[in-house]
Design a protein around this ligand. Structure first.
Ligand SMILES: CC(C)(COP(=O)(O)OP(=O)(O)OC[C@H]1O[C@@H](n2cnc3c(N)ncnc32)[C@H](O)[C@@H]1OP(=O)(O)O)[C@@H](O)C(=O)NCCC(=O)NCCS
Length: 173
């Protein structure tokens, strides 16, 4: 199911048939360099199942990103719930295949996710949970209007929390 299109991209729900692409994405050492380790094929299957349960429970999750023109699989991006300092927050997350990085795709997909959060899901506040060394992730968060707010311990690791109140953010004009 297609969720939204942007200039170049389509965001759509992940399905079990994305397993090969998701396993390649999450099994890529470069893509996963700020995670404890790459994910196995079985973990990629559970990642898809987790996102499909998010669609059912919240209407949103991480979506598959494809190039609208060719249908090529680019990565994933979207909205998940993360418990930070005891509060459930909506996080924008993104992973882009190594060969498609630095073309502005993550920024384009994350901006569309931010707009969906505000306009379709009536979410007032959006965060990104970022490893301090992850410069590309910080750049994407800043480009869509999130700003550094605080440090937090997430699964026992120190992380930067970037955040924004969505009212008034990212609307044309
Ligand atoms: C973070 C990530 C999704 C960015 O994807 P992307 O499509 O390359 O991002 P964009 O092209 O929109 O880049 C936006 C900006 O980020 C910065 N950036 C991107 N890759 C960078 C790199 N390797 N080194 C330094 N800055 C980088 C640049 O400022 C870039 O703009 P520019 O190319 O015009 O200079 C991608 O690097 C990735 O998948 N990383 C691994 C997964 C991850 O860490 N995800 C975030 C945590 S959940």
């Amino acid at each position: 199911m297609s969720i939204v299109t942007t200039d170049r991209l389509t965001l759509r729900e992940m399905t079990p048939s994305d397993l090969d692409d998701m396993a390649a994405l999450l099994g890529d050492e470069q893509v996963m360099r700020y995670y404890p380790r790459t994910k196995t094929r079985d973990e990629a299957r559970r990642w898809i199942e987790w996102n499909r349960s998010l669609y059912r429970d919240h209407g949103f999750g991480l979506w598959a990103i494809t190039l609208t023109e060719t249908g090529a699989f680019v990565g994933d991006c979207g909205l998940t719930i993360q418990r930070i300092d005891g509060v459930d927050e909506v996080e924008v997350g993104y992973h882009v295949r190594t060969e498609y990085q630095r073309r502005g795709y993550a920024t384009e997909a994350a901006a569309a996710s931010r707009d969906l959060a505000r306009d379709r899901y009536s979410i007032g506040r959006l965060i990104a949970v970022i490893n301090a060394d992850n410069q590309p992730s910080t750049a994407v968060a800043e480009r869509i209007g999130l700003r550094f707010e605080k440090h937090a311990s997430v699964y026992g690791q120190d992380r930067l929390i970037y955040a924004a109140n969505l009212a008034g953010l990212g609307r044309p004009g």
